[in-house]
Design a protein around this ligand. Structure first.
Ligand code: 3HC
Length: 338
């Protein structure tokens, strides 16, 4: 056995022990290449989703019905930018620079959440996105706060706190509309009808078609399967929809006494596969907008890099100056006079 083999065996043993005791793996720890790869994939896809996810709502900032609604929506969209940044930082600790992750998105090689390829047609869609999309995100992401990779789990804690504000603002928009005029109630119902199916698909394909779930659960990255989380979400939103006075567009939705859960109808998985392959109703528009934003932001990146370089030079000069100014130790002074 070579020294390298020894180091790998020791690293694997330490990693297995961390997973077995449900502890955290930190960037300095040895980790299997596939663990690093799947985390980089999941965390960067999540980051891309946050960044692309700004678009459907940003589209409504100028059209929000009041100054208050405008400022709330603006804060929410800014939060999403922040989530993207924490997540890119977490992904970078796994060794892939952000520029490369970004390149994967811009070139169309990386996935981002299917949900953001649907249009936001009316103001009520801001409510449906907040209630259903952010609600699904919370359901999926709260267990990720316990993900075995430290930087990811810690980023998720803060993200989830902000997501619950997002969900409540969506709920509140829908509540006002569903208790407003007939036209407002109709607009709220139509938004829910459009977002219900795609929100359920956010949890990923059914367990039998999910190639990554089993291994991710064995590594304590995911804590529940796609179908388990989807069921949890359905059980949560049925009574919430009743409280809103809105219906969910699924004729098969029914309480199953034996299972202690709501049964729900089959989702359109053909449409899902087509959306994640880049053929969603807004896929082309979303990527075009993202590329334009990246190009328009070039001057900001250049300015930030130049500023960082100047700061680094100033700090190096300061360190050199202070090391020549520093009083010499007493022993040296004694030696000098002796
Ligand atoms: N949209 C796009 N791609 C999806 C998807 C979806 N809704 N669901 C699954 N996929 C992709 C997977 O990424 C995987 O692709 P790859 O193997 O080519 O990388 C493939 O479909 C097979 O799916 P798996 O179930 O095997 O994949 P995972 O085990 O990674 O599970 C996941 C998918 C549940 C989305 C998981 O990655 C996850 O929990 N990710 C973290 C949360 C996240 O990214 N959420 C995105 C929403 S962003 C958001 O919530 C923003 C907020 O502001 C609303």
């Amino acid at each position: 056995m070579t020294t390298t083999d020894d180091a790998v065996a020791q690293g694997q043993e330490h990693f297995d022990a961390l997973i077995a005791e449900d502890s955290r793996v930190e960037p300095r720890d040895w980790m299997p290449a596939d663990y690093r790869k799947t985390l980089t994939r999941q965390v960067s896809q999540h980051a891309h989703s946050e960044i692309i996810g700004m678009q459907p709502e940003a589209n409504w900032i100028t059209r929000a019905p009041s100054l208050k609604r405008k400022s709330i929506l603006m804060a929410k969209v800014q939060d999403e930018a922040g989530h993207g940044l924490y997540l890119y930082s977490a992904a970078e600790t796994l060794g892939t620079p952000r520029s490369e992750l970004n390149e994967q998105l811009l070139s169309g090689r990386a996935k981002y959440s299917s949900i953001f390829n649907y249009p936001a047609r009316t103001w009520a869609d801001m409510g449906a996105i907040g209630w259903l999309v952010d609600g699904a995100a919370i359901c999926n992401q709260v267990p990720l706060c316990r993900a075995s990779y430290g930087p990811y789990g810690r980023a998720m804690v803060r993200i989830c706190k902000e997501e619950s504000f997002h969900q409540r603002q969506g709920w509140e928009i829908l509540y006002e509309l569903s208790h407003g005029t007939e036209a407002q109630k109709k607009m709220a119902q139509e938004a829910v009808n459009r977002f219900y199916g795609p929100a359920l698909q956010m949890f990923g394909p059914p367990d039998g078609d999910s190639p990554n779930s089993q291994q991710s659960m064995a590594w304590n990255i995911k804590r529940f399967s796609n179908d388990e989380l989807r069921q949890r979400f359905v059980d949560m939103i049925v009574p919430q929809a009743e409280a809103l006075g809105l219906s969910l567009p699924d004729p098969d939705l029914a309480w199953n006494e034996e299972r202690g859960h709501y049964d729900y109808g089959e989702l359109d998985w053909e449409e899902f596969m087509s959306v994640i392959k880049g053929r969603g109703p807004c896929s082309v528009q979303r990527m075009k907008r993202r590329r334009e934003a990246h190009e328009n932001g070039a001057w900001v990146r250049e300015a930030a890099a130049a500023y960082a370089e100047r700061q680094a030079m100033a700090s190096a000069t300061h360190q050199n100056e202070s090391s020549t100014d520093r009083p010499r130790p007493a022993a040296q002074l004694i030696g000098a006079t002796a």
